[in-house]
Design a protein around this ligand. Sequence first.
Ligand SMILES: Nc1nc2c(c(=O)[nH]1)N[C@H]1C(S)=C(S)[C@@H](COP(=O)(O)OP(=O)(O)OC[C@H]3O[C@@H](n4cnc5c(=O)[nH]c(N)nc54)[C@H](O)[C@@H]3O)O[C@H]1N2
Ligand SMILES: Nc1nc2c(c(=O)[nH]1)N[C@H]1C(S)=C(S)[C@@H](COP(=O)(O)OP(=O)(O)OC[C@H]3O[C@@H](n4cnc5c(=O)[nH]c(N)nc54)[C@H](O)[C@@H]3O)O[C@H]1N2
Ligand code: SF4
Ligand SMILES: [Mo]
Length: 899
Amino acid sequence: MAATTMTATSGKTTCPYCGVGCGVNLTVPHSVNEAIPPVSGDLEHPANFGRLCVKGSSLAQTIQSDDRLLTPMVNGRPVDWQSAVETVSAKITQVIKDHGPDAFAFYLSGQILTEDYYVANKLAKGFIGTANVDTNSRLCMASAVVGYKRAFGSDTVPCSYEDLECCDLLIMVGSNAAWTHPILYQRIAAAKKQRPNMKVVVIDPRETATCDIADLHLAIKPGGDAAIFSFLLHDSAQLDILDHDFIANHTNGFDEALAQAQASTPSLSSAANFCGVSEQDLTCLVGWWRDTAKTITFYSQGVNQSSSGVDKCNAIINCHLATGRIGKEGAGPFSITGQPNAMGGREVGGLANQLAAHMDFATPDAQDLVQRFWQAPNMATENGLKAVDLFQAMEEGKVKVVWIMSTNPMVSLPDTAQVRRALEKCELVIVSDCKAHTDTTAMANVLFPATGWSEKDGTVTNSERRISRQRGLLPAPGQAKHDWWAICEVAKSLGFQSAFSYQDVHEIFAEHAALSAFENNGKRDFDIGHFSQITKAEYDALTPVQWPVPKGRPEGTKRMFEDGYFFTPDGRAKFIAITPRLPKHQASPEWPFTLNSGRVRDQWHTMTRTGDAASLAKHTAQPYVEIHPKDAKQLGIKDKALVCLTSLYGEVLLKAKLSRAVAPANVFVPIHWTRQFANASVVSNLIPQVVDPLSGQPESKHAQVQLEAVSDIDYGMIISAVPLVLSDCLYWCQVPSEQGYHYEVVWPKGQTQASLKAIHVERRDGLAKKVEWLEYANPVTQQVRLAKLVDQKITMLIYMHPQPKSILADWLISKLEANTPLSLADRLAILVGSPANAEDKGEIVCSCYQVGSKQIEKAVSSGVCTVSGLGDKLKCGTNCGSCLPELKRFVSSVAELSA
Ligand SMILES: Nc1nc2c(c(=O)[nH]1)N[C@H]1C(S)=C(S)[C@@H](COP(=O)(O)OP(=O)(O)OC[C@H]3O[C@@H](n4cnc5c(=O)[nH]c(N)nc54)[C@H](O)[C@@H]3O)O[C@H]1N2
Ligand SMILES: Nc1nc2c(c(=O)[nH]1)N[C@H]1C(S)=C(S)[C@@H](COP(=O)(O)OP(=O)(O)OC[C@H]3O[C@@H](n4cnc5c(=O)[nH]c(N)nc54)[C@H](O)[C@@H]3O)O[C@H]1N2
Ligand code: SF4
Ligand SMILES: [Mo]
């Protein structure tokens, strides 16, 4: 087991965050003690041409973490790799012997690399003999996959990013790309600026930052999307914009689909009514659709995470097939993937209802083909369990060993109470992660320390089918190993030496490529046979390329279906007859609020990486629930006050954010905060395990909840030099900071100064130190301020007040353990919470230059009336551009006020 060594001092790699898949330059310092310099965008990478969004440009800040998992652990004790591997393989062997191969399961992630995915899939489906290989991609794009497969016979994304720049109408459905695919969004915004005639329509129940470039926003009733596309199909026939030749020569099922569309949405008013938009707005969309051949429908989680997600996808695809708007420049149904390698997982067949290399169990002869290729002794013969079913089978005791890799199901799967019960019941829970402390590592019996981004080597595929290299430029810390290596060690220990004895990761890629081409002859869309003999040197030098890359076509493929040939048995695409359906659970007097969930701009998923960058916490420091002011007023909820949300499945506590971006009776909650960052804010606690019947994708965008203002509480903030255990608090949230620990807290009323001082400190303060408390309590305002000094240095500050209140945390944090003794003025200022002349920046809007809302408001009211003017004055928006939509709003809201 050779230690990983530094392989280079600088190099090109791919961003580990979203599916845009931007190229990144990473420079490695010569010594491990030096800080990693900021990364830059790769000018040559066709996804971003040098640009990076704020998450990408902050990558260097997240590489070195204090919470890395550095050694394998068995039942809480560090062990060496060999014994951890033997523990795992012994249990798998026993469980297979006693209960059969389906008692084992992998639960993987769209964030592992294609090579990791390939060996996991091969081990389970070919050697252990189970198709229980599912992944967090089930929560992400499973509906999009089934939608494509039903229509095209294959999981083929037809378009390229370039198509987005040259289309004339872009319909963005259930996507907040301004925050979730920022570089792609900026490419679209730049194209629209150059060609102002290009129209953008956003379909989303919320008004999001993406609406910034929209000519039309349809604030749809949650889940109502299919009605719009059903009506577009119906109306395309009425308007006579059908592509009759294309329908006749390249498709099946048109008449049934049209008849169903006519029956489901017989009129404009029926469609508008179903999805809660005005007839006028729908007429506008219909007019643009009629007039614009170069149309792209761009869709993401607002479509996929639905109990009718697959039908929504096919409703969209139907419209493109009917008008021949596919396989052409600037046209097509474009599902945008979220994770950096959601696509790679699909390519290897890493979902329970896939086999390998875009073959599935239903493909005739596929099992035999894959069995022969792998020389597999125990081929799985039918679909395995999809994520939600898998965790239910675990709770029922049917799945007894699970290996979770690179995902945090205790946070991301719906109904986290069920997930906890399942993992408690499971006899062996193996978790491979880079971090020591996550909500899921807390449930593990065996922990495998994994290398992470910048350390691991392999390939990822972005949303436009482009395969790029992630390169291992930094050495692995501690005993961390690549995921593919850990899988192969377990496979060898299970007795499958020859099939898993790869010396290097390029050998896995070459095998994957060879399988994709094996007996393919153009029958299957996924063919990267050009790489089946790739050498290490070629692999190391691999430049981004869009699949298919069959033998003889090294340049890859920009656009699919240009010849009208689809991968169905008869080569024709299929229309699917759709009846629009609303989400399974609907509002009732008992559960009057509809909960929606999604992402914020500067955090990534469960914050295991972005949570390490203090600058990224400035945009949104705490979890929140967005509530319409009318509802808030009725419920007596004030801005920033603590709110309790309850559903049939659980409860969460969140700070209120009053906003007209959500419709009345609707609320929105971000997905990112885990139990590592806040005690009671995991939104998935509230979400039922309702899934799409075809894809098994959960309806994570939808739950019915109650809302209640929490009363008899005091709000506060604690700054501490050491981590604290805040068990007396009703609510706490740890806000990442450069130094020390920053907690926003809420106490039940009645905390005394003595009880505040007794806050539990994890690390002892040490003996023989002089501890002194500065105290200030105002009986009129009921504010309490306490400062703990140890040997005259501040180690803890506690602020308590009856109403939510902003205090300048950054300034106070800078005073922690300061080396100079405190002056009287300092002591006073600390108790007040701010220095006499401090500027409160407000919430940070521009993360790159740390420019806050109050600074921007001040500049705007002093007469700066353009976004570029703000950039000249404050620099905000002049680096990555992620905040441009928000800056534009500041400018326009002031313009509105003065109009
Ligand atoms: N900053 C950031 N970026 C990310 C991620 C991240 O964690 N943080 N994660 C990545 C991943 S894995 C993914 S999958 C993508 C997700 O990217 P997106 O899908 O763009 O992001 P979400 O915020 O989950 O949801 C998009 C929108 O769907 C809307 N929506 C809810 N219900 C409906 C509905 O019924 N119909 C319609 N039309 N819209 C609805 C929501 O209001 C929300 O604005 O983001 C990727 N990029
Ligand atoms: N309510 C609600 N729930 C949702 C969603 C929603 O919109 N609403 N969105 C869903 C979607 S689209 C997604 S994609 C999921 C995301 O949810 P998750 O996949 O659960 O979230 P992550 O934080 O990405 O988890 C990745 C884990 O892998 C670790 N890790 C990172 N890199 C590596 C590596 O190379 N190897 C290993 N072994 N570990 C690594 C990280 O430390 C982290 O613990 O959430 C889903 N859940
Ligand atoms: S858009 Fe941002 S998060 Fe997504 S790949 Fe590019 S730099 Fe990374
Ligand atoms: Mo995702």
